[in-house]
Design a protein around this ligand. Sequence first.
Ligand code: ADP
Ligand code: MG
Length: 402
Amino acid sequence: MSVVAPVQLQPRAAAQVVIDNLIKQYGALHALNGVSFSVNSGEWVALMGPSGSGKTTLINILGGLDTLTSGRVVVDGVDLAKLDENDLVRYRAEKVGFVFQQFHLVPYLTSLENVMLAQYFHSVTDEKEAQEALKRVGLSDRLTHLPAQLSGGEQQRVAIARALINQPKLILADEPTGNLDEANETMVIRIFRKLHQAGHTILMVTHDPDIARQADRRIELAHGHLYFDSAVHGPGHPLNCPLENTSDCCKSVSGDDEIRFDHLLEQIWVCGEGGKPAEVARLRASGASGKLSTVPEEPAARVLSRMADLHLVALHDGEAQLTPEGSQRARDVVRRHRLAERLFKDTFSVDETEAHTQACRFEHIISPELDQRICTFLGHPKTCPHGNPIPPGECCDGKSRS
Ligand code: ADP
Ligand code: MG
């Protein structure tokens, strides 16, 4: 029996945003229904979820554009519920920068004037600084253009320059690339990456898994609830598929140790993909909410010890590593999971959440033959709907993969 050393968790950095049991009602409709999470200073969070799940409502409340019904929202130590209309205007001016899907530029002002208008709003006007801001987003040669004379991507870059004029620590972006073609999207995301590196805290609504993967953390809303948070549900790295979020998908088969093994192997595999150690303390033998119905909660460390006895993993210093045998099995189960997600998403047009839930069940049922038939049917896909790689199978040998 392997002995697992206790693992010290890293101390948490200071939270810049604290959201606690946030409820927002529009009449009888609960746009947000008890959302709680914190965002650390300098963190880049991708906010995802289906249309109508409450993303824009959340961003607007954080930005002081809308008020909350109940709960608590604290940004930089400021309790937003306590601010009156005047305070909110000051809060917006001093603390946050907004970037919207619709760029909201004043059509009869030039790029430079649009940025200077924002300065004026913040009680400074400094043309040099405005020029500098536009230069930083690569628009030095577009200072005197009107919005109509700019491409969508250029307009969005003017909007970003404008949002940054007050040096906000917190940047709120609601689908900032939603109206852009791919080339402009790349350019805009590159700017956000720089802002992230410069230490800004970013909350960005996006539907694009490729963009979300660049963030530190992914949070998904569903029906006004927090559905998934990679900082809580994942083994702690930003690139994960929510493979370990098995609370609702494994009930019927949860008595089976093999399935828990598979889920742990998947988590360790996903950690490896992200280049992160699989810390035993962060792995989960049960579902996200600790709900595996037929077996009482069992610590992952204990399940992992059994797996070590079976030579599926090796445990050192609180870290789990795959043995060659475990690695092969992990690869197979990750492949089945991601193939199944692709199948459900592409063939039945279900959303990613539903595809994931179905895949969690399906991955235990697919035989090697069916695995290959699905893969061939789908044209040997390279990635799952979240953009993560599907390990190739025998059937992919020599095939060009879509
Ligand atoms: P998302 O941005 O995730 O698509 P929203 O935050 O815009 O979702 O909307 C969440 C829910 O709240 C939706 O059902 C939407 O219709 C409703 N909603 C949003 N704003 C208002 C409003 N001003 N008045 C009434 N209902 C609203
Ligand atoms: Mg929205």
